[in-house]
Design a protein around this ligand. Structure first.
Ligand code: NAD
Length: 483
């Protein structure tokens, strides 16, 4: 690995690095427990400064840029990021603990892809004309940018989550103030500088790391912010929605999940084992859409479990910067404590630990843990109802399609689901009945910039990606034209 290229301990506001009024905080590498660097801690006053700079960008060069030029600029930014894929991937891995294999081949490429996808939309966002009655010749609609958008992101996919918001918001002509999660602010800061160097006008993108309860809260309350695009926990999302009501802000919420992954006995079991494994252990299970509840038809349960345990027993935590590592460190000490706490909760509720369940280290350091499978689980147990957000799978047997649909839908969440069967009719029938924003049939955990992603129920509302995302970053104005 080459030396990490880390950002300065400052905020990126108005196209430059500025001192944070809230001092600094340390960013820790969860695999080594060492401080990576100090990070500027934004205060509420810094959030205000970022909003002023975003407004100035909208009133200036950024607001005047034509949609086609915006598209070309997003392409240039994507090219600049692509040229530095390795550098960004290494920093993402050091900050989050995820394997470099994921950062380099999934996270950074997905961010680049989102930029290019929405670059293509920039000059294709348009309104309609309408035949109207009365003393008018017609009415037409304009799709206008909302103004200043605040993007608030979590720590599990830092650069992806940031880009799923930045790319469509900028393509639609908004200015952005991004507050990344305190655990993982580094790639967002680096990206803001990269975008500026690639030609993004000053103030169009500002990055202000800091405490959610201070800088995040200020953005939610700020009267000059038009929209909050939030990805994070259901708990924080609930409070944010209430607070945003005071200024009637537009809000989209991408929240937690406890997604059912359903395997019927007539499925290709080897493919289902692989899908169940990737569904929960990819990204250390710190994945909002993780297939964390595995429902298996009774007649296939033992065979599938045996194969899954065998496969998972070969998954060893390792140095995240090593190219062969497939299970990295959990993002923080407290996250590992929380996940291991759930393993204990499961035991007390009567679940059996079929595999794993213990903390691990690599060379005596790091917040690693064993991939874990709990069996003998009932859907009402806490480990089947609450989001664990770590490499912990619960398996639940079922008898027939109606029963499993009821069980799968028995959750406050509705983010994603998987269905494994060779019976295509059954697959579509079950997909239709599942209350979730995404259903994968005979695959799991696939995403594309062109396909919308978001939740039902308490997993949130609004959609990221695809043309659906454009609705989240534009207002529709109807103009009536007199004769
Ligand atoms: P979190 O809710 O603790 O924090 C998310 C962000 O909100 C952070 O930047 C945080 O600083 C900020 N925040 C905290 N309090 C705030 C407040 N009062 N006002 C404004 N902002 C505030 O979530 P996390 O622990 O960073 O991330 C994990 C969660 O994110 C999980 O629940 C996961 O399911 C969810 N998630 C959802 C999706 C999705 O697309 N649905 C994707 C990734 C993660």
């Amino acid at each position: 690995m080459t030396e990490l290229v880390l950002p300065p301990a400052k905020l990126f506001i108005g196209g430059e690095w500025v001192e944070a009024k809230g001092g600094t905080f340390a960013s820790e590498n969860p695999a080594t427990e060492e401080t990576l660097c100090e990070v500027g801690a934004a205060s509420a006053a810094d959030a205000d400064d970022a909003v002023v700079s975003a407004q100035a960008a909208l009133a200036g060069d950024w607001g005047k840029m034509s949609p086609r030029e915006r598209g070309k600029l997003l392409w240039r930014i994507a090219d600049a990021l692509e040229a530095r894929t390795e550098e960004f991937a290494q920093v993402e891995t050091a900050d989050n603990g995820k394997p470099i294999f994921e950062s380099k081949y999934v996270d950074v490429p997905a961010a680049i892809d989102a930029l290019r996808y929405f670059a293509g939309w920039a000059d294709k966002i348009h309104g309609d004309t309408f035949a109207v009655q009365g003393p008018f010749s017609m009415a037409y609609t304009l799709r206008e940018p909302m103004g200043v958008v605040a993007a608030i992101t979590p720590w599990n996919f830092p650069i992806i989550q940031a880009m799923w918001k930045i790319a469509p918001a900028l393509a639609c002509g908004n200015a952005v103030v991004l507050k990344p999660a305190s655990n993982t602010p580094l790639t967002a800061l680096k990206f803001a500088e990269l975008a500026f160097e690639a030609g993004l006008p000053a103030g169009a993108l500002n990055v202000v790391p800091g405490r959610g309860s201070e800088v995040g809260q200020r953005l939610v309350e700020h009267p000059d912010i038009a929209k909050i695009s939030f990805t994070g926990s259901t708990e924080v999302g609930r409070g944010l929605m209430k607070d945003a009501a005071d200024t009637v802000k537009r809000v989209t919420l991408e929240l937690g999940g406890k997604s059912p992954n359903i395997v019927f006995a007539d499925a290709d079991l080897d493919a289902a084992v692989k899908g169940a494994y990737n569904g929960i252990f990819y990204g250390k299970g710190e994945v909002c859409a993780a297939g964390s509840r595995l429902f298996v038809e009774k007649s296939a349960h033992d065979e599938l479990l045996e194969k899954l345990v065998e496969r998972t027993s070969r998954l060893e935590p390792g140095d995240p910067q090593h190219p062969k590592t497939r299970l990295g460190a959990l993002v923080s000490k407290s996250q590992r404590e929380s996940v291991l706490g759930y393993v204990d909760v499961g035991r007390k509720e009567g679940a059996e630990v079929a595999l794993g369940g213990k903390p691990r280290d690599v060379d005596g350091k790091g917040y690693f843990m064993e991939p874990t499978i709990l069996t003998g689980v009932d859907n009402q147990m806490r480990v089947a109802q609450e989001e664990i957000f770590g490499p912990v799978l619960v398996t639940i047997p079922f008898e027939d399609p109606d029963e499993v649909v009821t069980l799968a839908n028995n959750s406050i969440f509705g983010l994603a689901a998987g269905v494994w069967t060779r019976d295509i009719g059954k697959a579509h029938a079950v997909a239709a009945k599942i209350k979730a924003g995404t259903v994968w049939i005979n695959q799991y955990n696939w995403y594309d910039s062109g396909a919308p992603f978001g939740g039902y129920k308490q997993s949130g509302f609004g959609r990221e990606l695809g043309s659906a995302a454009l609705d989240s970053y534009t207002e529709t104005k109807t103009v009536w034209v007199g004769k």
